[in-house]
Design a protein around this ligand. Sequence first.
Ligand SMILES: Nc1ncnc2c1ncn2[C@@H]1O[C@H](COP(=O)(O)OP(=O)(O)OP(=O)(O)O)[C@@H](O)[C@H]1O
Ligand SMILES: [Mg+2]
Length: 384
Amino acid sequence: MNNLRNQLFYKFALVVFILILIFEGAMLIALKKSFDTHLKDKLALVASEINPKKFTSTDLINIQHKYKIFPLFVNITTANTQYLKNNIKLGFFINKTSDKKEKIISYITKKNNYIIKISTFYSTNEDKIKIIRTISLLISFVIFLIVLMLGYKFIDTVVTQIEISFKKLKNFNSNVSHELKTPLAIMKSEIEVALMNEEKNCDKTLHSLLQEINYLNDITEKLLFLTKNDIQNCKLTEIDLEELILELYEKYSKKIHISLHVDEDEEYIIKGDKTLLKMALSNIIENSIKYKALKIDIILKKTKNKIIFTVKDNGIGIPKEKLPYIFDEFYRVDESHNKEIKGFGLGLSIVKNILKAHKAKIKVKSERGVEFIIEFPLKEVLNH
Ligand SMILES: Nc1ncnc2c1ncn2[C@@H]1O[C@H](COP(=O)(O)OP(=O)(O)OP(=O)(O)O)[C@@H](O)[C@H]1O
Ligand SMILES: [Mg+2]
C-alpha cells in the first residue's frame, strides 16, 4: 500500500508540475502580447489624430507628450501615383535593429491622399518580463508546494480508507473460510470414520451430517444476505409498527414471556420494508431467547419526530467493554461467556444493515440483561 501511496503521489506531483509549466508558458505569451497590443493601440490612435495637411513639429511634440511615446517619427507623403495608391502595404511592421533588445515598430495608414507612417523604438520589455517571470515562478513554486502537501494529505486519507476496507475484506474472508472449514472438516471425518467402520446403521452419522449441513446452510444464507447491495435500496412503504409487534408476539410468545408496553391511542406508522424489519426485530428477540432471557419487555414510544422501539431482556447480558463491537461481522462476546451457545456473530450485523436502510439508529445498554433501543424517524420526517 505504501507503494500505491508513493506512485499516486508521484503521478499527482507530475500532473501538477506540468499544469504549472503550461500556466507559466501561457502567462508569458499573454504578457508579451499585452505589451505589443498596448503600443499598437497607441500608434493607431496617434495616426487617427494626425491631420496630414497641416502637421507641424509642435503637433509632433504635443502628440509625443500626450501618448508618452519617445522618440516618435512621423513621415507623411502624398500618394499621388496610382501605383503607390494600390501597392502600398498598410498596417503594423516590426523591424530589427542592431540592438537585440530593441526593434522598430511602424504603423502605415492612408488618410485621403496621404500616406502616414509612424515609427518608434520598441523595447521587447525583456527586463520587465524577466522580473514578472521571476515573481510568478516564485509564486508558482509556493503554490506547487502547497498543492503537493494538500495532495499528499488527500492521497494519504484515500489510501488509508482503502487499506481499512481491504483489511476488513481480508478479515471477512478469513472468518468466512474459518466458519466454513470447521463444519466441512467435521463432515469429512464423520464420513471417513463411517467408511472405515463399514457401519451398517449410519443413522447417527447421517444425523450429525445433517446438523452440519444445516449449519452451513444457515451461515451461507446470512452471508448472502449481508453481501446483497439492494438492502440499502429497498422500497419503503407505510408500516404499522404496532401490527408488526403483534405478529412478533404471536411468533415468540410460546418460547419466551413477552410483556408489551404500547400506548393504544397512538399511531406508530413508519416507512419501511416489512419483511426486512421483521427479520431485524426477530434477530433481536431470538438473541434474547438464545442468551438465556426468561422474559422480555417490548416498549413502543412516540416523540415529536421519532418512534422508539425498545427490547429489554433479563438474560446473561453483555460486558460493557464489549458493547461497541457486537454489531461487527463475526463478532461474538468471549466464547467462555457463551461457550455452549452456537452462533456466527452475524445476526446483529444484519440488524444494523437493515436499520441503516430505514435511517433508524440502534443503541445498546447492558446492566442486568440487555436493552436494545431503536429510533425510527416518523414517516413525515422521512418525506422531507
Ligand atoms: N440479548 C443478548 N444477550 C446477551 N448477549 C447478546 C445478546 N444479543 C447479542 N449478544 C452478544 O452479541 C454477540 C453478537 O450477536 P449476533 O446476533 O450478531 O451473533 P450470534 O447471536 O452470536 O450469532 P448469529 O449470527 O447466529 O446471530 C453474540 O455472540 C452475543 O455474545
Ligand atoms: Mg444472533
